[in-house]
Design a protein around this ligand. Structure first.
Ligand code: MOS
Length: 743
């Protein structure tokens, strides 16, 4: 077993709990005496609260308290020190800088203006509807365009410049100068944001749907002026987050304050409509791409100038150019970012932040440039492969992009592509082939873990990370099994509690690469202790040298004698052997760590009825060592489906007249459903990256969403001749005679 479990495909160890309903999510927790909170949300996007009439709401049945800016208890701002990879275990972060109810200013529609607490959910909601708010409304900046008219873009940093990009552009044989836009996209996890908060003797305990129990704990401690020891955040199961649940949002602070005021546990669930307003989103972007190639198709200049919207008083930078400085070999490069304040809630990370919209622009522009060079887009990319990271001037820890291109092209049948626009027909449908590269940096953060080998015959892992649905429980159990030889059913993984040894956020595709080394090391430390127990007088292997004892199949072995782990402990009447570990970051001075891949997409366009389908996707991706084939493949497939949403459907729209969200519901915010899903074929290349960690595993959650929208747009162009530079690719943009929106 120990030879093969890393890289095998066992089922999720938490699967049964999930399908039987035994897995409890945040709002499933109902501590004794719990009451319910319901928000009153601003119905204007900009202005201030003139007056709040809460008399009728107060008289409504079951009401215990109504909080608002006039009576909200004292709370503190979080540390101004920026959140960092190295400081992830002690860091705090809020993307919306202002605390809830801090003042009477309204900065976006859907902002909390009051919070009703009542004995039941229905009573709280009924009373919330009776709160009368009058606003003094001012003109809202409803979108990037309007925001720019009001105030120039602020520098977003994260820029890069090398060579002479302007000069090289002017001297280029072929050039592209085009602007691409992406709309606001909203995270739509099945489980809405939810908090159950309770105070017990000055200690705050919170069930939260969060991607980071530790950072959430650290942040709450700062906001309420408590030592971290007095706050515990629990999230044993999360109905996904996609980045929307990385950092704390106003509802969590509001629920904790309300629980303190009423002296009872309080539950607050964010309604779906407010999932679009007060808990983050992927911001709107506008990206100007200027590319030039020489007469042989060699890229000689690449400029990526990106703007994104951010909230009033907030500074969120969508790092769209993050990949542009290193994905291709190019001597002359410039990347810039700017932010534009608009009357929307604070934006935040959404799956592959920066890279998802950034690679839409880059990989569309590369396709346009390849065409000008009269080159096949695959050949153009092969020619411009970056042998090393030219931004960092470092060798890649691993870059198997060329294999990904070759294997993906082969499996897809790219050689059958006819270059002519609209030249591939199948009955009344026009078939388009498009491709794009994908890219996501690989990270490893500090992490801690504890492992107990118990007298009951089990191994138990304690780690303050979380499983947001990706398979963390399973891969950590595989790791312990690999080292101990215990079967998976004798291994318990405990995650999702901030009182466990601290671990990073389940985000940035960090978790697997960061937690595996900590859990592996803690397991080895526990085994070392167990061996020394065994070698003691009563331990069962008294004649052995502890270092000489070997481990296999959950047993310790010395010569011809072997004992189960638990037998050693039972002989000594000791409850467990324990191991703890703290593991650090990878050495980013010697190597640049990144994952690469290629998407190949087939679309079908039926011009008679204006029907567009993504009909086939082949993606070849190098994510380092694949620890669990089932969960890893599932991540990439899910990311591809999400990216089809980005390409064809998703756009959170705001009324230009007043900044109000228009489609803040599942009926009108269109996401891909089963009927939209093509045949998806994922090739995982499986080259271990041992510079990153001992198993060679890099993250897998985000890379699949990058580049795919461009591959779709490129395929749509191949089928229709319409170059859609403004996502999503809705049907009216493809119909003849209907003008495409252009910026
Ligand atoms: Mo991911 S956007 O870092 O959860």
């Amino acid at each position: 077993m120990s030879e093969s479990i890393m890289g095998a495909s066992p089922r999720r160890v938490d699967g049964r709990l999930k399908v039987t309903g035994a897995a409890h999510y945040a709002s499933d927790h109902q501590p004794r005496g719990m009451v319910f909170a319901y928000g009153v949300y601003s119905t204007v996007a900009s202005g201030s609260i003139k007056s709040l009439d809460i008399d009728a709401a107060r008289r409504s049945p079951g009401v215990l308290e109504i909080l608002h800016h006039g009576n909200f208890p004292q709370a503190f701002h979080t540390s101004p020190v920026p959140f960092s990879l190295a400081g992830v275990l002690s860091g705090s972060r809020t993307d919306e800088k202002r605390l809830p109810f801090e003042d009477n200013v309204v900065r976006y529609a859907g902002q909390f203006v009051a919070l009703v607490v009542a004995d039941t959910f229905e009573h709280a909601r009924e009373a919330a509807y009776k709160v009368k708010v009058s606003y003094s409304e001012s003109a809202a900046a409803a979108n990037l365009e309007q925001g720019l008219k009001r105030k120039a873009a602020a520098d977003g940093g994260q820029g890069h410049k090398r060579g002479d990009p302007a000069g090289a552009f002017d001297g280029g044989a072929q050039t592209v100068d085009a602007t691409y836009t992406t709309p606001v996209e909203t995270h739509n996890p099945m489980e809405m944001h939810a908090t159950v908060a309770m105070w017990d003797n000055g200690k705050l305990v919170v069930y939260e749907s969060t991607q980071s129990v530790v950072v959430h704990r650290n942040t709450l401690a700062q906001i309420f002026g408590l030592p971290t020891e007095r706050v515990e955040v629990r999230a044993p199961f999360i109905g996904s987050g996609f980045g929307g649940k990385l950092w704390i949002w106003p509802h969590s602070v509001a629920a904790c304050a309300a629980a303190k005021v009423v002296g009872r546990p309080v539950q607050l669930v964010i309604p779906r409509a407010q999932m679009f307003t007060t808990v983050g989103h992927r911001p709107e972007t506008r990206q100007r791409m200027r590319l030039a190639a020489d007469g042989k198709g060699k890229l000689v200049s690449l400029r990526h100038e990106s703007l994104n919207t951010t909230g009033i008083g907030d500074q969120y930078v969508e790092n769209c150019g993050g990949m542009s400085a290193s994905l291709y070999s190019c001597a002359n490069v410039e990347v810039t970012h700017g932010t534009v304040q608009v009357n929307r809630g604070a934006p935040t990370s959404m799956r592959a932040p920066g890279a998802a919209p950034g690679l839409f622009a880059l990989e569309s522009a590369i396709d346009e440039l390849a065409e000008r060079c009269k080159m096949d887009p695959l050949a153009f990319r092969q020619l411009n492969w970056a042998e090393q990271n030219e931004q960092e001037n470092l060798p890649w820890s691993g870059n198997h992009l060329r294999e990904a291109l070759a294997q993906g092209a082969e499996r897809f049948g790219w050689a059958n592509r006819k270059p002519g626009i609209g030249s591939m027909r199948d009955g009344h449908e026009i078939v388009g082939y498009g491709m794009a590269q994908c890219n996501w940096d690989a990270f490893r953060t500090p992490c801690e873990a504890r492992v107990s080998l118990t007298a009951g015959g089990r191994a138990v892992v304690y780690c303050g990370g979380q499983d947001i649905g990706t398979g963390t429980y399973t891969v950590l159990a595989q790791c312990v099994s690999d080292i101990t030889g215990l079967p998976l059913d004798r291994i318990t993984v405990e995650l999702g509690n901030s009182s466990y040894p601290p671990a990073p956020v389940s985000g940035g595709s960090w978790m697997t690469a960061s937690a595996l080394p900590a859990v592996a090391e803690a397991t080895r430390v526990a085994l070392t202790q167990l061996k020394s127990f065994a070698a003691s007088e009563e331990g069962g292997l008294p004649n052995a040298k502890a270092e000489a004892i070997t481990v296999s199949n959950g047993r310790l072995q010395d010569g011809s004698t072997s004992l189960e782990f638990a037998e050693v402990l039972k002989k000594l009447k000791i409850a467990s052997a324990e191991g703890e570990a703290h593991t650090g970051m990878a050495d980013t001075k010697k190597h640049a760590f990144s994952s690469f891949g290629a998407h190949f997409v087939e679309v079908r366009w039926d011009p008679g009825i204006s029907r567009l389908r993504v009909s086939r996707v082949v993606s070849a991706i190098d994510v380092g060592k694949v620890i669990n084939g089932k969960t890893a493949r599932n991540q990439v497939e899910g990311a591809i489906v999400m990216a089809i949403g980005m390409a064809l459907f998703e756009s959170t729209d705001y009324d230009e007249r007043n900044g109000m969200p228009v489609n803040n519901n599942y009926a009108e915010y269109v996401v891909p459903v089963h009927a939209d899903q093509p045949e998806i074929d994922v090739i995982l290349l499986d080259y271990p990256d041992y510079n990153l960690n001992e198993y060679g595993a890099r993250g897998v959650g985000e890379i699949g969403v990058t580049g795919l929208a461009a591959a779709v747009a490129n395929a749509v162009y191949h089928a229709t001749g319409k170059r859609v530079r403004n996502l999503p690719i809705t049907l009216e943009k493809l119909m003849d005679g209907v003008p495409t929106v252009s910026v």
